[in-house]
Design a protein around this ligand. Sequence first.
Ligand code: HGY
Ligand code: MN
Ligand code: MN
Length: 413
Amino acid sequence: MSDLPGRFRELWDGIAPVGRDADSGGYLRYALTAPELRLREWFRAQADHRGMPVSEDGNGNLFAWWGDPTGTRDSSTQDRDGPTRGGAVLTGSHFDSVPHGGAYDGPLGIVSAFLAVDELRAARATPVRPVVVAAFVEEEGARFGVPCLGSRLLTGEIDVDRAAGLRDAAGVSFAEALGHRPAGADPALLGRFAAFVELHVEQGRALVDADAPVAVASAIWPHGRWRFELRGEGNHAGTTRMADRRDPMLTFAFTVLAANKEARLRGAHATVGRVAVEPNATNAIPSKVTGWLDARAAEPETLHDLVEAVQAKAAERARRDGTALTVTPESTTPLVAFDGGLAGRLASLLAAPVLPTGAGHDAGVLAAHLPTAMLFVRNPTGVSHSPAESATDDDCAAGVVALARVLEELACH
Ligand code: HGY
Ligand code: MN
Ligand code: MN
C-alpha cells in the first residue's frame, strides 16, 4: 500500500461533515447525541470492514479487537516498561467535542488507530497480543460536566450513581442517554490490556517550534473544574439604587479577574469559559450567576494554592457585594507522569521529542492502572478547542506510521 496521506484523507473525509456547524466550521459532537452516535456507527462499520469484533463495556466505551478478545493478563511476566505477555495493546481516543471544537481533538486518535492496523496488516506483521482500538465516551465533559467520564467509569474513578445522575443542559441524565445505568469499574476488562497508547493532535505549538511531526508525552498537568455559584437579589435595572443592589455579576466579574491574576502570579492557567446568568435579562439585576473555573498547573501544590486564592478573593468580594458564594469541585485530575520506561522507549524508537501537556486525556485516567503513553501530532496553528485546530495530511500520515511502529513494538514481539 502507498499514498498514506491520501488514504488518511479518504478515511477522514468519511467523518468530516458529521456534526460540523456550517457557520463556525466547528464541531458539535456531544457524547451520545446524534452526531456522536453516527460516529459510533462509523466505528462499528470500520471495525466490521477489518474483521474486528466490537465489544462495549456497559459504560459507553467501544472496543474493536484485532485478535482474541478473551486473552488475559499474565502477571508472571509483567513488565513496567511494556505490555505483559498475553495482554492486549489498547489504542484509540474519543469522538466527542467541546462546543464548536476542532476536527482533530479525539477523532484523529481513532482514525489513526484503524489506519495503523491497516499498515501492520499490509506489512504482514503478526501480533502475539491483540491490538484493540477504543472510542471512549464523553472525554470532554461538554455534555455531562465531568471530563473523561467513560474512562473514569471503566477504571472505577467515579462513583457509578454520581455518573448515572449527571445531567445535561436539557435535564437528560447520563444513564438516560446511555439507555441504562452505567456498569462502572471493570477490572477484568482492564486486566486484559497490557498497555494503552493514545495518539492525539498537539494542543500547542511545541512541535512547530521543534520542527518535528510527532512527539511522545511525558506528563499531564494536574487540573480540575470548580463551579462557582453566586446568589444575589434579582431586581429592576432602572429603579434599584446602585447602593441598594446585591448584584452577583459584580462578584463574578471580580472573580474572573482574580483567577487570571492569581494564575499569572504562579505560572499556572485559569479560565472561566462558561457562565450561566439568571434570569439573563438586559433590564434585570441577576439573581444568580454561575461560572465554571478551569484551573491547571504544573505541580499539585500550585494548583491547590491557586484555587484557594481564587476562592478567598471571591468570598471576600461576595461579602462586600452582599452576595452568597458556593464553590463545588466538579472534577479533579491529579498530576499524571506517563510511564517513564515506556515513554523513553517510544521516544527512542521514534526519535521523537518528549513534551508535557496541560490538556486532559483518557490516557491520563488509564495511566494510573496500566502502562500508558501518548503520541502528539503537530498542529500548525497551535490552536485547539476551536475550529482553527489543524493538522496536515502528511503529519497525520507520519502519526499513523509512528503509531504503527509503536503497536508493532508492543504487540508483535
Ligand atoms: O479539557 C481538556 O483538557 C481536554 O481536552 N479534554
Ligand atoms: Mn479536548
Ligand atoms: Mn482530546
